[in-house]
Design a protein around this ligand. Sequence first.
Ligand SMILES: Cc1cc2nc3c(=O)[nH]c(=O)nc-3n(C[C@H](O)[C@H](O)[C@H](O)COP(=O)(O)O)c2cc1C
Length: 233
Amino acid sequence: MKRRDFIRMAGLGILGLAFVGCGEETKPVASTPVPSAGGVAAGITPSAEAAAHNGGKKILVTYFSRKGDNYEVGYIEKGNTHIVADIIAQELGGVDIFEIKTVKEYPADYRECTEEAKAEKARDARPELAAMVKDFAQYDTVFLGYPIWWSDLPMPVYTFLESYDWQGKTVIPFCTSAGDNMTGLEDRGIPRYAKGAKIKGEGLGLRGKSVQDNPEAARTKVRAWLKKLGYQQ
Ligand SMILES: Cc1cc2nc3c(=O)[nH]c(=O)nc-3n(C[C@H](O)[C@H](O)[C@H](O)COP(=O)(O)O)c2cc1C
């Protein structure tokens, strides 16, 4: 969605609702997708097998997302980007997953959230993060997910990018939004903050509502995207 369209919708109050930020330490994720009620797989691939599966690279899937009232979807227990992150981790198999979480939660009210995010963007804020990735140096490739906020990455994602040494690492971005696009800032923007990082691929942009309504259709898109990136299925 173009910025002016988003602003018009926000102004009309169409983008109602609320969210809460959250995050935690890295967790290993299952290798074989076994959808449960929550769409989360079970089982863990041994790391050697996972590394072989992923071309010998150690992969981290990390994301910023929010639950609560959300654009077009009503109250959700699991953020749209969170759903995509879990699918990517399940499809890759045996990778670690880390949620980027702020110390100060965003307002529960959606409109207040958009206002706060707008103010943060205006002052180029760096919201404090609640947790750091353990032993970030071990990862070769980082899948980085976020919702589009005001045609940009949310400011906590910039805090995240500036918190680590990215020399030699590859970043593969993905996002959700009101449309099915990326911000367009990824190629030049991410390496500017994640100094030394290389961006791989065009990124995967999915419409948040579609992901929430039909995660299995999102899984099909994720599979095709991973295949295009060279990950064996
Ligand atoms: C503060 C804020 C700003 C947003 N700005 C945009 C935007 O500029 N363009 C857009 O298409 N969607 C925008 N959205 C909608 C979100 O990108 C979309 O709902 C996304 O799927 C939410 O992901 P999440 O559930 O992982 O947080 C915005 C939402 C919020 C809360």
